[in-house]
Design a protein around this ligand. Structure first.
Ligand code: ADP
Ligand code: MG
Length: 619
């Protein structure tokens, strides 16, 4: 074996570059982050040939003193932290002090900077990947810094081979600029490729300007179909925009999550978000969101990975819960009439307006004319109750549609269109005009025509009622005649015991039965035909990975959802106007009523302006 020797500085840097500099986009990320850390309010990015030939980034930040230029290019040199304590609550994006050294070792890098407001004379340093020796000479430059990176990987042909087409590299690079633009609204960004302007984003101070920036980065369609969320609890703050479930995507390509201003990709976060969308997203679709989590920097470790795309939370379970519950609530509140200028959206959280009297009530009082299994319900109102009773005591029996529809008629006999003068009081989904092909309800509201998919809407209403009923009554469970043994690892035994309360809450009793074995003694009645062993295994693996699991609820919900689907009005059923109006009113009061149980939209609006356009009116 050869003797040990020290790596040359260049080789050491090139090895480090292997982690940090994967492609032109990684260079842009590092250099942009430095500009932001330097307090720049205006950053210009110019690239050629997807960034492989040239990346030039100019900022108006605090600049560097001439003596600092060689240090900036040296490895393990930073101005951002001094001690381990600093690292534990780091506020800057950078702190490792190796980005510029790494980039300089695999490209031709020129650093030009000026730290003075009163002079346009700065200094420039060149580093050509050879010996890492840096010569500093005077160069004109306004206050701020310009970093120019030419011929990336010119001296590391192996790396060069991994580069993709110019277009692909540019797409990656543009994505990096977008992320930074979303993370810092107070900074102006511009991006040019081969001399062509691609983005030009002015600093955004007001809410309207921020929304405009999100729209220009994520596309206007996202902004039109997103709701703003803002939630704070126990030192955690989450805000941003989440796409409506009907604005889902086939890929997870419109998902931005920032933790204290740093964009991250995190399994725990992804799981919490996915779980929040569980009930409303079409199978296999991905939600779109731009979200910002803010918390005490001491509670999150950013020094997990060289590119800092990952973080570690001190209390992962708490963060998971917080994200999940904030988003879950926001999505449940999405119902007809949300958004725009109607009265419902003007209400505070947890409030709802009584559509008959205009009275504002707290959410809990809303219900369905009382808690779901109210004893006073008459025969005709069997729709929610029938399904509910079927679920909790006897095997589920689909509720007959005819009965339900009769129920609608009796529930809301007084719904008739209002005279013109009271147009302002028209409920969000308006009043029914007619039924089309036994499938759609046509209704008129303040802004025009409303189209409702009758079955899809009724399915969601029934489903939400079944869930409410279950929540009101608690989950019924039954002991297994023969407890089921499940062979697991010792770690999983420990997890199951630690979480026995969670299982109990969901109607399951799981006991330890040896070092590597569990016994399922009791299960929810609703799951009696399910593969509970598989379910238990999946729950344990969730618990191991994310500290929480919603699989049991998800599975029970699925069963309710199927019941709701069978119990809902089918197509080709004639409804009377009062029945249709009753359905519309129920939709307005039902959580998540904008989507059916499978995530398809339940209704849509054709505004007068759109109708006018169809008929070329008013031109
Ligand atoms: P880090 O960002 O982790 O400190 P870098 O290698 O990216 O390490 O940068 C090294 C140092 O160079 C920074 O700590 C900073 O002091 C200085 N620097 C880099 N870019 C700029 C810039 N655009 N403006 C001012 N100072 C900069
Ligand atoms: Mg840096």
């Amino acid at each position: 074996m050869a003797r040990i020797h020290r790596l040359s500085p260049r080789l050491a840097n090139q090895i480090a570059a292997g982690e940090v500099v994967e492609r032109p986009a990684s260079v842009v990320k590092e250099v942009l982050e430095n500009a932001v850390d330097a307090g720049a309010t205006r950053i210009e990015v110019d690239v050629e040939e997807g960034g492989v030939k040239l990346i030039r980034i100019r900022d108006n930040g605090q600049g560097m003193e001439p003596d600092d230029l060689p240090l900036a290019l040296a490895r393990h040199a930073t101005s951002k932290i001094h001690s381990l304590e600093d690292l534990e609550r780091v506020g800057s994006l950078g702190f490792r002090g190796e980005a510029l050294a790494s980039i300089g070792s695999v490209s031709r890098l020129t650093l030009t900077s000026n730290h003075r407001d009163d002079s346009s004379e700065g200094c420039s340093a060149l580093c050509e990947g050879r010996d890492m020796e840096v010569a500093v000479k005077p160069a004109p430059h306004p206050r701020g810094t310009t970093v120019e990176v030419r011929d990336l990987f010119f001296n590391t042909p192996a790396r060069r081979k991994f580069l993709r087409t110019e277009k692909t590299e540019f797409n990656h690079l543009e994505e990096v600029v977008k992320r930074l633009a979303l993370s810092r609204f107070d900074v102006g960004f511009s991006l040019r490729h081969n001399g062509r302007g691609i983005h030009s984003l002015r600093p955004a101070d007001s809410t309207a300007e921020r929304q405009r920036r999100v729209a220009s980065v994520c596309g206007p369609a996202f902004m039109e179909q997103a709701v703003y969320v803002e939630h704070e609890r126990g030192g955690l703050r989450l805000w941003g925009w989440v796409g409506l479930p009907t604005f889902s995507r086939s890929q997870a390509d419109l998902q931005y999550f920032f933790v204290n201003g740093r964009v991250i990709r995190d399994k725990l976060v992804a799981h919490a978000v996915k779980q929040a969308y569980r009930d409303v997203l079409y199978h296999g679709r991905h939600p779109a969101f731009v979200l910002y989590l803010e918390l005490d920097p001491a509670l999150v470790d950013v020094n997990v990975h060289p590119t800092k795309h990952e973080v570690r939370f001190r209390d992962g379970r708490e963060v998971h819960n917080f994200i999940f519950s904030s988003l879950h609530k926001a999505l449940a509140d999405v119902r007809p009439g949300q958004g725009g200028s109607d009265p419902v959206s003007a209400l505070g959280a947890g409030e709802t307006v009584d559509l008959q009297t205009g009275e504002i009530r707290a959410q809990s009082a809303l219900a369905w004319g009382g808690p779901a299994p109210a004893p006073a319900l008459s025969e005709g109102r069997a729709m929610p109750v029938g399904g509910y009773q079927g679920y909790s005591s006897a095997p589920a029996s689909p509720v007959r549609a005819a009965e339900q529809m009769r129920a609608y008629g009796q529930l809301h006999p007084a719904n008739a269109p209002l005279p013109e003068a009271e147009a302002e009081d028209v409920p969000p989904l308006g009043y029914a005009l007619a039924q089309l092909k036994g499938i759609y309800i046509l209704a008129e509201n303040a802004s025009g025509l409303v189209l409702v998919d009758m079955h899809a809407a009724h399915e969601r209403i029934t489903y939400e009622r079944l869930k409410l009923a279950r929540d009101a009554e608690g989950i019924r469970s039954q002991p297994l005649l023969v407890p089921q043994a499940v062979a697991v690892s010792s770690r999983e035994v420990a997890l199951a015991l630690e979480n026995s309360e969670l299982f109990a809450r969901l109607g399951m009793q799981v006991d330890g039965a040896g070092e590597e074995s569990l016994l399922i003694r009791q299960i929810p009645v609703a799951l009696r035909d399910s593969n509970v062993e598989q379910l238990l295994r999946d729950v344990l693996s969730d618990l191991a990975e994310y500290g929480s699991s919603d699989r049991i609820e998800a599975h029970m919900d699925e069963i309710l959802s199927t019941m709701a689907c069978h119990g809902s009005v089918r197509a080709n059923r004639r409804l009377t106007l009062p029945e249709m109006n009753a359905l519309l009113r129920d939709m307005e009061e039902t959580e998540r009523a904008g989507q059916c149980n499978h995530g398809r939209p339940t209704w849509t609006q054709l505004g007068l302006d759109e109708l006018d356009r169809l008929f070329l009116r008013g031109r």
